[in-house]
Design a protein around this ligand. Structure first.
Ligand SMILES: NC(=O)c1ccc[n+]([C@@H]2O[C@H](COP(=O)([O-])OP(=O)(O)OC[C@H]3O[C@@H](n4cnc5c(N)ncnc54)[C@H](O)[C@@H]3O)[C@@H](O)[C@H]2O)c1
Ligand SMILES: CC(C)[C@H](C(=O)O)[C@@H](O)C(=O)O
Ligand SMILES: [Mg+2]
Length: 359
């Protein structure tokens, strides 16, 4: 198949991991006979430096004209003092909005070879396989009014029925193909927006009698995620709670660098690792590229419909971990290799898998 893929490397370790994910896509394309055309575009701090704005019009237009968008990460401490609407992070928020992406799918799967990589006990994390479905286009991130004066900072948390309905449907559909359990996370003991959230999720659940629905308050859920992670299947929650809980869930999998994501529901799918630009390790060749590579697998599956290729790339990551390799963030007696070194091993493995060569 032919496909146009926009690549937005961004800032910090973004370009380091995006380069490896793109090379994996190139490898898959050449082995499986596809023609992928890549278009690199600026976003975030890199775009502020090059064009004076975190999301240039040409970047959004290029993304909208593509079949899928891959993003590394945005954010640079040198721009921390800018007002919110000019910050690098604003580029990512405007991109998500501009694409119409409202469903952020964040799987947290513990690869068995990494059962000792988490600071949590192996018997607690073993078998972790959950997906956070984060509402991405509304909530506190986008609510109006918002303002900042010398004395007051204001943001607004509001959800409409339509926004909750569509994200709940995504969660129930996903659960139907998994273990048929949805945990809806809110703060309905305090927030009106959560009261609406809870009642609309209950209504949507009526259409999915095979799926078990439970509700949890976000504070209690934050505790349960690290004490009984295997009790979760699909977790559906709002924009801010989903942001926080997904970084927390990454601890179950061994590293924040392991988590991929897909942002769906809009004109074009957006794929990015869950982690940020990690300025503390930028340029050292130690960033874990697997969250980015697994995001590339999600791109193959969700935007290009290439399920076999997506599964091969995921299996290649599994083989690489089984063989004991990892970047230094995976603290469990791994053979530590560089970002490029680990991605090279994944590419060897995906080659073997696609060509049918035994491991
Ligand atoms: N999607 C995104 O682009 C995104 C996501 C989160 C944060 N950010 C931005 O990134 C910047 C830094 O934020 P932060 O430090 O709070 O979060 P971060 O996710 O960048 O880093 C948190 C910690 O995890 C480590 N880490 C992250 N990714 C890693 C990887 N692939 N391999 C190994 N270690 C990894 C970092 O070294 C750091 O110690 C900020 O500007 C923030 O706004 C961007
Ligand atoms: C960088 C920031 C805008 C972003 C978010 O809050 O959504 C990040 O934390 C994420 O998880 O993708
Ligand atoms: Mg986040």
């Amino acid at each position: 198949m032919r496909a146009r893929i926009a690549v937005l490397p961004g800032d910090g370790i973004g370009p380091e991991v995006a380069r490896e994910a793109r090379a994996c896509l190139e490898q898959v394309a050449s082995l499986a006979g596809h023609a992928f055309q890549f278009l690199e575009l600026p976003i975030g701090s890199a775009a502020i430096d090059a064009c004076g704005t975190p999301l240039p019009d040409a970047t959004l237009e290029g993304c909208l004209a593509s079949d899928a968008v891959f993003l590394g990460a945005v954010g640079d401490p040198k721009h921390d003092a800018l007002p919110a609407h000019q910050k690098p992070e604003k580029g990512l928020l405007a991109l998500r909005k501009g694409l119409g992406a409202f469903a952020n799918i964040r799987p947290a799967f513990l690869h068995p070879a990494l059962v000792n990589a988490s600071p949590l006990r192996p018997e607690v994390v073993r078998g972790t396989d959950l997906v956070i479905v984060r509402e991405l286009a509304g909530g506190l991130y986008f609510g109006e009014p918002r303002s900042l004066t010398e004395d007051t900072g204001t943001n607004t948390l509001a959800y409409s029925r339509f926004e909750v309905e569509r994200i709940a449907r995504v969660a129930f559909e996903l659960a139907m193909g998994r273990r048929r359990k949805v945990t809806s996370v809110d703060k309905a003991n305090v927030l009106e927006s959560s009261l609406l959230w809870r009642s609309v999720v209950k209504e949507v659940a009526q259409g999915y009698p095979e799926v078990a629905l439970e509700h949890q308050y976000v504070d209690s859920c934050a505790m349960a995620i690290v004490t009984r992670p295997t009790s979760f299947d699909v977790v559906v929650t709002d924009n801010l709670f989903g942001d926080i809980l997904s970084d927390e869930a990454s601890v179950l999998t061994g590293s924040l660098g392991m988590l991929p994501s897909a942002s769906l529901g809009g004109k074009v799918g957006l794929y990015e690792p869950v982690h940020g630009s990690a300025p503390d390790i930028k340029g050292r060749g130690v960033a874990n590229p697997l969250g980015a590579i697994l995001s590339a697998a999600m791109l193959l599956r969700h935007s290009l419909g290439l399920e076999a290729e997506a599964a091969a790339l995921e299996a290649a990551v599994g083989r690489t971990l089984d063989a004991g390799y990892g970047t230094p963030d995976l603290k469990c007696g791994r053979n530590h290799v560089s970002t490029r070194g680990l991605a090279d091993l994944v590419r060897v493995n995906v080659g073997n898998l696609l060509l049918g060569t035994p491991a």
